[in-house]
Design a binder for this molecule. Structure first.
Ligand SMILES: Nc1ncnc2c1ncn2[C@@H]1O[C@H](COP(=O)(O)OP(=O)(O)OP(=O)(O)O)[C@@H](O)[C@H]1O
Ligand SMILES: [Mg+2]
Length: 230
């Protein structure tokens, strides 16, 4: 098993589009690379829904004293998420797991195979999940997602100091405008912390309706920019 690059997608602010953008980027990258997603949002997993594979269950493979999982593959992306596991009574190892234990196991017990990129869909906040991902998953890079809203930018700034403390390289932020109006945003605070804007994604009806296969080309430029930054 070898994973060349691990990129987490994060924001302290909830609901700004982390999961959606993780899925869109992975679908776009999968046109040219071997790609996976680890959904690190243990209590609110979404990747199984975004990839339209909500009812699939991973295969479990006994390997000596461990039980490994085959990721679910959709649109060329290998996925693992608590969303595949929560109601599965075969998955005894998942009963009552602590948050950090769950993230650690999703990472280490999934048969990822050879991957060029593994994206990590982070939960909102700056809590325990982030500490676990930093110590157990060890992303090479992270990118931030914000909306143009002042509160979102304020919280994104908090993520910048948090990631700096965790010693994870931040490559910049993506503006996701989940409104269909154009807003002016003041990104000076982020730019002054060496966080460039990697790209902007406007409100899009296909994205809203979860037709992500139709909209993954909207992040082509952003995907190319990320490839040069990581
Ligand atoms: N560019 C967009 N155009 C239209 N709808 C969008 C766009 N980006 C995100 N959405 C919608 O906004 C909502 C929030 O997106 P998403 O769940 O990806 O955010 P999140 O940051 O992962 O949230 P959480 O903090 O709860 O994990 C979803 O309903 C999603 O479909
Ligand atoms: Mg999410």
């Amino acid at each position: 098993m070898s994973i060349k690059k691990i990129i987490s997608v994060a924001s302290a602010k909830g609901g700004v589009g982390k999961s959606t953008i993780t899925a869109l980027l992975a679908m776009n990258f999968a046109k040219n690379f071997k790609v996976g997603i680890l959904d690190a949002d243990i209590y609110g997993p979404n990747q199984h829904i975004l990839f339209n594979v909500e009812n699939k269950k991973p295969n479990y493979i006994k390997d000596k004293d461990k039980t490994l999982m085959e990721p679910i593959e959709s649109m060329g992306v290998k996925l693992n998420s608590m969303g595949f596991i929560l109601d599965d009574d075969r998955a005894a190892i998942w009963r009552g797991p602590m948050l950090s234990g769950a993230i650690k196991q999703l990472m280490s017990l999934t048969i990822w195979g050879e991957l060029d990129y593994l994206f990590i869909d982070m939960p909102p906040g700056t809590g325990d999940a982030y500490l676990t991902v930093a110590s157990e998953v060890k992303p090479d890079h992270s990118l931030l997602v914000t909306t143009p809203n002042k509160l979102a930018i304020h919280d994104t700034l908090k993520s910048v100091s948090f990631f700096n403390k965790l010693d994870i390289n931040l490559i910049g932020f993506i503006e996701n405008n989940t409104s269909n109006q154009l807003f002016e945003a003041d990104y000076e605070s982020l730019l002054s912390k060496d966080q460039p804007c990697i790209g902007k994604i406007l409100y899009n009806e296909d994205i809203y309706n979860l037709n992500l296969n139709k909209s993954s080309n909207l992040v082509s430029d952003i995907s190319s920019a990320i490839q040069t930054l990581v």
